[in-house]
Design a protein around this ligand. Structure first.
Ligand code: E4P
Length: 218
């Protein structure tokens, strides 16, 4: 399973990259706004900085909701760097745009996915990645992980190539469950990745090893 970090913060991206386990980055308009990035030029410049920082795929989301607008924006984003993936919302015009980009060799990430039916449509349109939003489904007291499981089953039966990118991942447990449910990629804040390190027996064991070593060498 690939690990993407879900942020537009260059420090977090650098920290994740330094771990040596980073496969890519996802962003969205809210994450860009959180970093105070606004205005067309600043947005494009910021994506360029992220693309220069990581070798893996970087998802950059279109703001337009009409086909022509999405195509114009997506083509401009795709010119930034070869590792840009154009992120397109799961709406009718979005599916049209994903088909268009697929036919032109521009890679896409279909975002805001909340059902298996939407996942089938995105795969039919040739999306490179599909982003089902786990945490936002959980927020409604449904099981977001069931969605990953269902989509993984359908894609395997149908032989779809679209990669399942578990998004809206809020915790370390989500990462483990997404891996178990068949996600190809997980995107999450750095905190959730670092949380995978935690186990009290590791801390207790390490303290004992170091204490025994100190005793034997004093
Ligand atoms: C990433 O591609 C998504 O935009 C992101 O994971 C959404 O996460 P949120 O539901 O925590 O905003």
């Amino acid at each position: 399973m690939k690990f993407f970090v879900d942020t537009a913060d260059l420090d977090s991206i650098t920290e994740a990259k330094d771990l040596g386990i980073l496969d890519g980055v996802t962003t969205n308009p809210s994450l860009m706004a959180k970093q105070g990035i606004s205005g067309d030029k600043n947005v494009l410049d910021h994506y360029k900085k992220i693309c220069d920082l990581v070798e893996g795929d970087v998802s950059a989301e279109v703001i337009s909701t009409d086909f022509e607008g999405m195509v114009m924006e997506g083509e401009r984003l795709a010119e930034i760097a070869p590792n840009i993936v154009v992120k397109v919302p799961m709406i009718k015009e979005g599916i049209k745009a994903i088909s268009h980009f697929t036919n032109r060799g521009i890679r896409t990430n279909c975002t805001l996915v909340f059902s298996a039916g939407q996942a089938i449509l995105a795969a039919k349109a040739g999306a490179t990645y599909l982003s089902p939003f786990i945490g936002r489904v959980d927020d409604l007291n449904w099981n977001g992980m069931d969605l990953i499981h269902d989509i993984a089953e359908i894609y395997a039966i149908q032989g779809f190539d679209t990669e399942i990118l578990a998004a809206s991942v809020r915790s370390s447990l989500h990462i483990v469950q997404a891996a178990k449910s068949g996600a190809d990629v997980v995107t999450c804040p750095l905190k959730a990745i670092l949380g995978l390190l935690n186990h009290p027996l590791t801390d207790i064991g390490l303290a004992k090893f170091l204490a025994d070593h100190k005793k034997a060498n004093s």
